[in-house]
Design a protein around this ligand. Structure first.
Ligand SMILES: Cc1ncc(COP(=O)(O)O)c(C=O)c1O
Length: 376
């Protein structure tokens, strides 16, 4: 094969080879065959494969220029209503929302207290803000308290996910709200994997805890099966982001077609609570089936993380399941801490009990039959 990497980029070939030797190379997944049973999407309500509603393709510019469309405004009203916030601003993705939000809110004099397992977009937003970032152990409220005490006199932001997608666990949001109030800090909660599924009517875990986040992030790309995301909060927050969130200001407005698809998905989810109920019931069923097979995935709810350890181990199990017609994806460092490579099984409203039973029986076979990775 002719080597096509230009000389100045040959270092990439070496880096790719090294990643492959550690089983950390992410290869492009093959297109999914129709007969494969998938347990790896974030399409928790089974809404992603419906046809999109008709709307224009492009916004044509940033919304600050001439990109503002009726679909954006309608989606923002629906998003704010969904989480019970006064206002919302739509971004083109959850990644853009988090990076834009944190970098617009915090500055070099400020402190961001961030859960150790926060998503990359929260980490990147915190870095870009140039604030001092205090990383606290996962779900450790006393560590948040201590960090806030040490930050007295500075503006502080506590940042967490509400339902951690790699661990399927949640912080004590009431406690975090109390700590933030006691220290005059702002609470920022990313509800990416909770919204649409968890909380009253799928309104998320802040709603369930009956607290208000100062900024709440939700995405349309997961439970709602569309794309885009929003930040919800008070009018001043939204006005500030409209002016200062660089991932919003300096970016073409989300496609009106994508906004219309998200809008329709939120309406479908609202009108069909059975979707959410099914996703949660399927999760409970699958956890029980796996327990019978001798396996206990972490956490609770519709994400079932199965920690395996090394990337090699996670890949072996993934390949073994794939050869039996089951599509799950390995999650390896740097997405998760070293030594905790895992398979993240997700259930959706579209899974039937027979699908779950099939998965559990194949998992049991692979787990108990695999000499290389048998129970230890
Ligand atoms: C917690 C969290 N926040 C934000 C995002 C990014 O959302 P999006 O896929 O809409 O960019 C993700 C996606 O994986 C996520 O898990």
């Amino acid at each position: 094969v002719k080597r096509e990497t230009p000389a100045a980029l040959r270092f990439l070939d070496d880096a790719l080879k090294e990643a492959a030797s550690k089983h950390l190379l992410r290869e492009r997944p093959p297109p999914q065959p129709a007969d494969v049973l998938s347990f790896s999407s974030n399409d928790y309500l089974g809404l992603a494969s419906r046809p999109s509603p008709t709307a224009t393709c492009g916004a044509g510019s940033s919304r600050l220029v001439v990109g503002e469309r009726a679909e954006h405004v309608a989606l923002e009203a629906v998003a704010a209503a969904l989480v019970g916030a006064p206002k919302a601003l739509v971004f083109s993705s959850g990644y853009a929302a988090n990076v834009g939000l944190l970098s617009a809110l915090a500055g070099p004099e400020d402190v961001i207290v961030s859960d150790a397992l926060n998503h990359a977009s929260l980490i990147d937003g915190a870095r870009l803000s140039r604030a001092r970032v205090v990383i606290v152990p996962h779900l450790d409220a006393p560590a948040v308290d201590a960090a806030l005490q040490r930050s007295a006199g500075r503006r502080a932001f506590v940042v967490t996910e509400s339902y951690f997608s790699m661990d399927a666990d949640s912080p004590d949001l009431r406690m975090l709200r109390r700590l933030c109030d006691a220290h005059g800090a702002a609470l920022i909660v990313d509800e990416a994997h909770a919204l649409g599924v968890l909380g009253p009517g799928g309104a998320g875990l802040c709603a369930q805890a009956d607290i208000r986040a100062d900024a709440l992030v939700g995405t349309f790309g997961k439970a709602f099966g569309a794309s885009g995301a929003f930040v919800a909060g008070c009018s001043s927050l939204v006005d500030w982001l409209w002016n200062r969130a660089r991932t919003f200001v300096f970016s073409t407005g989300i496609s009106p077609a994508a906004a219309a698809a998200a809008l329709e998905a939120v309406r479908i989810a609202h009108d069909n609570p059975a979707l959410r109920e099914r996703a949660l019931a399927a999760a409970t069923e699958l956890r029980a089936l796996l327990a019978t097979a001798g396996l206990k995935p972490n956490g609770y709810g519709h994400i079932l993380p199965w920690i395996l350890g090394t990337p090699e181990h996670a890949l072996q199990v993934t390949h073994a399941l794939r050869s039996r017609g089951i599509d799950v994806r390995p999650i390896r460092p740097p997405s998760v801490p070293p030594g905790t490579a895992r398979i993240r099984i997700t259930v959706t409203a579209a899974h039937r009990t027979a699908d779950l039973e099939h998965l559990a029986s194949v998992v049991a076979d692979v787990w108990h039959g695999g000499r290389a990775w048998g129970p230890r």
